[in-house]
Design a protein around this ligand. Structure first.
Ligand SMILES: [Zn+2]
Length: 224
């Protein structure tokens, strides 16, 4: 495996472009990531990879997000790993993970609304994107929006069934009430089980000590 920015790597990329002639940018980019799985892929390499007619591609980064959000490939950048610098990308698994596919009913503004309502924290374990991923060293938590099956909500006070949107009505107009913020760890865990939503006291106990102290002092002022 050649190092990014090395002479060998540049030759390798040129050969790759030759070998994949006629393929779409999306297919080529994915293949390049897969060829370099768990290795750094540079944004400038992705910029060099052409499209089907061998023309340069506009908005190529948007296409990379498409691989992640619509096809479920676990592609990360510096925001998710302190080992990566700006403009460095990495595919963690050759195969896609269906649970990473972002439900189409969730637009970015809707997602932000859900995150803001939930204080940018997982409603099941309290983790935020500043917390370390307990299963992947050096990586941070990622937040997702889980879809709540509405009719299950009443079954069990604070148990919720979360599902991928493909299982439910795609034509429905969704609102933030249909979604909940969950971290990648709970997202993984929810596939088979119902998860229990934290109550307010549990949420506070998950905060760091400084925030807890602030709440304690505020309550003390209020009640004494
Ligand atoms: Zn969680």
């Amino acid at each position: 495996m050649s190092k990014p920015n090395s002479k060998e790597r540049k030759i390798e990329l040129q050969k790759f472009i030759e070998d994949t002639k006629g393929m779409s940018f999306l297919k080529r980019a994915l293949k390049w990531f897969q060829q370099n799985v768990n290795e750094i892929v540079l944004a400038e390499e992705l910029a060099i990879i052409p499209g089907e007619k061998n023309n340069p591609i506009n908005h190529n980064m948007r296409r990379i997000f498409e691989l992640r959000d619509q096809k479920g490939y676990e592609i990360i950048n510096h925001k998710y790993s302190k080992d990566l610098k700006v403009d460095q990308w990495m595919l963690l698994n050759k195969d896609p993970k269906p649970e990473l596919i972002r439900p189409r009913g969730v637009t970015k503004p809707l997602m932000m609304e859900v995150f803001e309502r939930d204080d940018f924290s997982c409603q099941f374990c309290g983790r935020t994107k500043n917390d370390d991923d307990p299963f992947k060293s050096g990586r941070k938590i990622t937040l997702h929006t889980g879809h709540i099956i509405a009719h299950k909500r009443k079954v069990n006070d604070n148990k919720m069934k979360i599902t991928q949107l493909k299982d439910v009505d795609k034509k429905k107009k969704y609102t933030s009430a249909d979604f909940i913020t969950m971290c990648n760890v709970c997202n993984e865990a929810c596939k088979n089980n119902d998860l229990t939503i934290l109550n307010n006291v549990e949420k506070i106990l998950k905060l760091d000590e400084k925030d807890q102290k602030e709440i304690f002092l505020a309550l003390k002022r209020k009640f004494t």
